[in-house]
Design a binder for this molecule. Sequence first.
Ligand code: 1HN
Length: 342
Amino acid sequence: MKRPMTDSVEVLNADMAKKNLGGHWQLGFESYLAYPETTVQPCLWKWKDVYESLMRAGEVVGMDQAERRTIRLLNPALKERQATTHTIQFSFQYVKAGEHARPHRHTAAALRFILKGNGAYTTVNGQKCVMEEGDLILTPQLTWHDHTNDSGKPIIWLDGLDIPLVQSLQQLLFEPHPQEAQPIEKTSDQVALLYGHARPNAAAAAEFFHYKWSDTERCLSALVKTASPDRFDGYILEFRNPVTGGPTMPTIQCALELLRPGEETEAHRHTSTVIYHAFRGGGSSYVGDERFDWQQGDSFVVPLWYPHRHVNRAASEAVLFSMSDAPVLKSLHLYREEPAGL
Ligand code: 1HN
């Protein structure tokens, strides 16, 4: 094509736009910052609101209507994506006595942390995982999972899924299982024996799904007796893969943070985004300019690069359960952290 007689940046931009081309000069350098910027907002959700909605859903939403009776925490800045953060979706699930949530699998990785109730079970790839409060149960990428509540009592747990991340990679697939319920082949108690300190060579990283609260609690109390707290996270216990020592799952790191009475952590910031849930006790967290006062059952988001610190002013220990996308950032060499004034 012939160049116009009087060429200019404007004419060039307009001509290129018709050919699906764009100049670097059209971006404007203000779009580049010297630190990561997020659209995710710090946000607190109160247990009272979640619980009331769950109970009402228990009355009006049947298992024939919903694949799962879950209520999502929606970040006000991400409402159109129906997501808690840009990487992780956090929901609460309520399964009444006698109910069954049918088996399916998806490319999104999921986890459950049991909040109220005991004795129901999740079957993960044929492995029966009986739930107790404080247990963490994984359903990694493409594992079949269904939930059965034959305990005679209702149960509530929290669900964490990497759906927003998997969706942004355009990899979200979902498949129903051909049967009403998965046949049970083994139990997580049997599998746990193969993952202890003496374990067979063949112990496979991909078959471990169930961290039991009885083990976690013993570990937490030993940690408090034998170690000193981390300056930013108090006594922190990470749920690691027992075979590889790697993260809980490739996309999500789960942890517990214990704050003793009077404990105040120092402020820091990192490029990972964390969702916290107050499992025991109460306290306050400072996130950027906000102060979140939390009690047992409340949840809040610390978006990436926001300075944050935690305080336990109560007379009893506080335990926060957390889910972070740090493994994704670490594997892409994008993880950074530093102390931050707050
Ligand atoms: C899912 O499969 C479960 O299996 C829970 O319990 C929450 C949220 C979005 C998509 C799939 C479950 C979910 C989910």
